[in-house]
Ligand binder design. Structure first.
Ligand SMILES: Cc1cc2nc3c(=O)[nH]c(=O)nc-3n(C[C@H](O)[C@H](O)[C@H](O)COP(=O)(O)OP(=O)(O)OC[C@H]3O[C@@H](n4cnc5c(N)ncnc54)[C@H](O)[C@@H]3O)c2cc1C
Length: 308
């Protein structure tokens, strides 16, 4: 039985390479100063979806919300085997917190179902390395009104409309069964993401979304009139479309989103203060792995108000 999987992938700043320029004065992240990468756990979500397609048949649609530059992660999905890739980009979606992000993604997934056929699985990474909340997948499932299984480590069985999954709950495992459609968040021990296929890299490296084409034309024809630029962009897009290389680009209107549920107006999270913690102590103290050692440690932590 073929299954249609949607994989939510996010382009994130590489938080492993933080420099002094990483934060702006107002405490927000200076994304331009950090290299942008594929959110690591989303590669495992993609692999889970590709694995379902390989074992049972079907299609894999990659979805990201972000600026036009986020099309990089969509191309990466195509290099690794996704069948279709969609960019959701809209200035009105900027500054979305998890509530707004999950609403927008849920609307996009409903639109995917309408345009390309019912969705059986939504795969997400467990969490993104920039926001780190792990809320988007579960909130998205709530908004779609479908069951969710978080922390998937193994898809044990898929039989018709029933899926059985092993989830890692930290100090043990749970075997969970649910019916499809379902949303599953995937952890990094679930699988080994396959590398890009050279043939697909050659095929899809020129794939573009509309805004990238407009940007390319503006850069290449800086002195051309608006009309000439538009004509050149249309010509390029028609050419890409014909070769199957024009990626879908949607805005909030395309997915029927209520604008006041998106972006800043749809985001109740307010960051009041950001504190930079610098650890200055160079030494360390060894605690004996005994009842008494732990008791002494807790006593010290209470005395210096770290605990309590
Ligand atoms: C330092 C920092 C702190 C933040 N704190 C908060 C906070 O406390 N509360 C809050 O509501 N928001 C917060 N945000 C905003 C948060 O980054 C955004 O809401 C973000 O778009 C989604 O949350 P997340 O990164 O935590 O995703 P997670 O919930 O960790 O992501 C889980 C999965 O959802 C999918 N996903 C997430 N975003 C996208 C996307 N744009 N496109 C496609 N798939 C996606 C991916 O599969 C991802 O692996 C914070 C951001 C930063 C940089």
């Amino acid at each position: 039985m073929p299954y249609h999987s949607v994989v939510c992938v996010k382009q994130v700043p590489d938080t492993a390479n933080i420099t002094a320029e990483a934060m702006k004065d107002d405490g927000t992240v200076n994304r331009a100063a950090l290299p942008a990468i594929f959110n690591p756990e989303d590669l495992h979500a993609l692999e889970a979806a590709l694995d379902v397609r390989e074992r049972f048949g079907g299609t894999v649609t990659a979805l990201t919300m972000g600026p036009p530059k986020a099309a990089d992660v969509l191309r990466e999905c195509l290099f690794r085997g996704a069948d279709r890739a969609i960019l959701l980009t809209d200035r009105r979606a900027a500054a979305s917190d998890t509530l707004a992000t999950s609403y927008i993604l849920a609307q996009a997934i409903k639109t995917i179902a309408k345009k390309f056929g019912e969705v059986d699985f939504v795969f997400c990474g467990r969490q993104a390395i920039d926001g780190d909340t792990a809320q988007v997948g579960p909130q998205c499932a709530e908004k779609l009104g479908i069951p969710q299984i978080t922390y998937m480590e193994e898809l044990i069985r898929l039989n018709g409309r029933t899926v059985v999954v092993r989830r890692n709950v930290g100090n043990g495992w749970e075997i969970v069964e649910t019916t499809l459609p379902a949303l599953i968040t995937v952890i990094d021990t679930a699988n080994r993401p396959r590398p890009s296929a050279a043939r697909k890299v050659m095929l899809f490296k020129r794939a573009r979304v509309r805004d990238e084409v407009l940007g390319d034309v503006k850069r290449l024809l800086p002195d051309a009139s608006e009309e000439d630029r538009r004509a050149e962009a249309e010509r390029r897009m028609a050419d890409l479309q014909q070769r199957g290389l024009l990626l879908d680009q949607w805005n909030l209107d395309d997915i029927g989103a209520e604008i006041d549920r998106c972006g800043l107006s749809g985001s109740p999270t307010k960051v009041y203060r950001i504190q930079s913690i610098v650890l200055t102590k160079s030494g360390y103290k060894e605690i004996a792995p005994t009842e008494e050692g732990v008791r002494n440690l807790i006593h010290e932590l209470i005395v210096d108000h770290t605990l309590g």
